[in-house]
Design a protein around this ligand. Structure first.
Ligand code: ZN
Length: 364
């Protein structure tokens, strides 16, 4: 008899997910079957659930995932993206997407923008194409997915966050250019903001200013290495941004007010990286004359590339004990309680809620 996978189906906004059991299909060429161990609920999962963004439905939400290799198709190279052998039982993390390099539009710096993109946690379920989201017992990794093995000591809850929040933060730092010795302002202290602060700290940043509307989040920012904090509502009139010449502004908040002030207060030759504004809102105003006279650079980042993902894996391997990453997964639920977990995440707004996942046919 074929082994079953369980997944939870999202069909329409604000409607509980429905449990489905299906036989696990035979692997196609180059695929890997992973038994999921842990999934964290990302902000975009919750936005989709609440109807603030739309996905092709029905779908399996969840893309911050970590799992264990259960089966490797014979045509897979059997290697991770560093060329290390993949073995059954290895704990693995992987890029949120697989991007086919054999397309006309493929650019190696932005593989996440490709006509033939396969994005986990963002696909419609069809008869031929399922097991592609994190709210499930299993997922099938498609060819061109960047895979890395992880040391077993890293807590699964922390490992799960690598392939969205941590990798996107790595991308933001890459676009921010040199961070060492610079003064940084990071607006929006969710998981991306906290990770970015820790990454700036590890990269030798000088002052790191964190801004947010929530004072608890600002206290967390300090524990991840922020040297100064300021409430977003007071940002405009704060003397802090006059006293400290900000060289790098990274926006994770998506707030037009924060982006306007952040760019406005950049020092000569400053860089702004905009990451948070992924939902519909008013336009952000920019003083073009200031951008010109101060020779500012403004960049946008959506998701991340393969290199950013690998940087994120290395960062967590190095630093998961150095900063209180584990405390950010504020509540853990078993997969069967996924609807309770979503309700909790929406009402309590933790940095992350986690789903611990064990398959019934445990082998490891
Ligand atoms: Zn995400």
């Amino acid at each position: 008899m074929k082994k079953l996978a369980t997944y939870y189906v999202f069909s329409s906004a604000n409607t509980p997910l429905l449990k489905v059991d299906k036989p696990i299909p035979e692997l196609n060429e180059g695929e890997i079957l992973v038994s999921i161990r842990y999934t964290t609920l990302c902000g975009s999962d919750l936005h989709t659930y609440c109807g603030l963004r739309s996905e092709p439905c029905p779908t399996i939400l969840g893309h911050e995932i970590v799992g264990v290799v259960e089966e490797i198709s014979s045509s897979h190279s059997g290697l991770d993206m560093q060329g290390n052998p993949l073995r059954i039982g290895d704990i693995v993390t992987w890029t949120i997407f697989s991007s086919d390099p054999n397309t006309d539009v493929y650019q190696s710096e932005i593989p996440q923008k490709n006509d033939k993109l396969y994005k986990y946690g963002h696909r419609q379920i069809t008869e031929q194409d399922n097991l592609h989201g994190g709210l499930a017992t299993h997922i099938i990794l498609r060819p061109h997915t960047g895979i890395r093995t992880l040391p077993k000591e890293i807590p699964l809850a922390v490992a799960a966050t690598i392939n969205c929040a941590v990798a996107t933060s790595a991308g933001a730092l890459r676009l921010a250019d040199t961070v060492a010795g610079k003064n940084i302002h990071i607006a929006g202290i969710g998981l991306l903001g906290l990770v970015s602060i820790a990454m700036c700290k590890e990269s030798g940043a000088n002052n790191i200013i964190a801004s947010d509307i929530n004072s608890d989040r600002l206290a967390m920012a300090k524990s991840f290495g922020a040297t100064h904090t300021v409430h977003l509502g007071e940002l405009k009139d704060s003397t802090l941004l006059q006293d400290i010449a900000v060289d790098r502004f990274i926006d994770m908040s998506g707030s037009p007010d924060a982006m306007e002030t952040g760019i406005e207060t950049l020092a000569l030759h400053g860089h702004a990286v905009l990451v948070g504004a992924v939902f519909n809102q008013r336009k952000t105003g920019i003083d073009a004359e200031k951008v010109i006279r101060k020779m500012l650079t403004i960049k946008g980042l959506h998701n991340y590339n393969y290199t950013d993902f690998s940087t994120a894996v290395d960062f967590i391997i190095e630093n998961w004990q150095k900063y209180p990453f584990e405390s950010l997964i504020e509540h853990e639920f078993p997969l069967e309680e996924v609807n309770t977990a979503i309700a909790y995440a929406i009402s309590q707004k933790p940095i992350r809620a986690g789903l611990s996942i064990h398959t019934s046919n445990e082998k490891f």
